[in-house]
Write a protein that binds this ligand. Structure first.
Ligand code: MLT
Length: 244
């Protein structure tokens, strides 16, 4: 197998062409929250860029079968059940339910590549599981998309892109082509920070943003854990993600 790995920092840079596999990363915190919600038994997560559309769709569901999550600028939006913390999507709250979710960047990035043949949201927590699924699918073109911050580069998403590339290079016998320098740089970042991921997250601009608006210490710890979840969040219909 010949894996071509391309990495884009932000959704607006991604060409419209359909790719075999898209992996969307938002370490702080959307894809970490999605992975934990599914691990804790959520039936599915439906993602929205637009809050009005989210409300419209969610309100058609039975209240006891839905949870509405919305975050902007790192903060929960009033009137929604939850914000975007992986610590809040506990079994008690999410089990058996559909989560309707909108975040500043992560859910927009997911929408950008929703036409890919396979779409996997990935965090550091489920890097290995997603990488193993990519290998098992035996496809050539893999696009990795960092959610960034409102159109800008983000350190933590690049770190995770490098972590994914590193795993694929080391664990697969066939050739891995690193198609662009963004991913070469992400690999270098991973090699530099891999023994202190927590520090990397706190050094990142969005880490500093979160730290300036509240006590997010436990979120940082949760988001920095590598390979602790055996969950492969997978888009099963446009915008709807389930665990595999
Ligand atoms: C996002 O989508 O931009 C993030 O997940 C923001 C956050 O930390 O809540």
């Amino acid at each position: 197998m010949n894996l071509n790995l391309t990495y884009y920092h932000v959704a607006s840079d991604v060409p419209e062409n359909k790719t075999d596999i898209a992996v969307v990363i938002d370490v702080l915190r959307a894809t970490t929250t999605i992975a934990w919600a599914l691990k804790n038994g959520a039936d599915s997560v439906e993602v929205f860029a637009d809050l009005d559309l989210l409300r419209e769709k969610a309100l058609k569901w039975a209240p006891e079968k839905r949870v509405m999550l919305a975050e902007r600028g790192g903060k929960k939006i009033d009137g929604f059940d939850l914000g975007n913390s992986p610590l809040t999507v506990t079994k008690k709250i999410v089990e058996g339910k559909r989560l309707f979710m909108s975040t500043t960047n992560g859910t927009k990035a997911l929408q950008k590549v929703e036409n890919s043949q396979f779409l996997f949201p990935m965090a550091l927590t489920n890097r290995k599981s997603v990488a193993d699924r990519i290998i098992s699918l035996n496809k050539s073109n893999i696009l990795i998309l960092g959610s960034g911050w409102e159109g800008n580069y983000s350190l933590e998403d690049s770190l995770a892109a490098g972590a994914l590339a590193d795993y694929l290079i080391k664990s697969h016998n066939t050739k891995v082509n690193i198609v662009n320098d963004e991913l070469n740089a992400a690999l270098a970042l991973w090699h530099f920070w891999k023994d202190d991921v927590l520090k990397c997250l706190k050094t990142a601009t969005h880490g500093k943003r979160l730290a300036s608006i509240g006590d997010y210490e436990d979120d940082f710890k949760c988001c920095s854990q590598i390979d602790c979840l055996d969950i492969v969040p997978t888009q099963v219909e446009r915008g709807v993600i389930r665990a595999f």
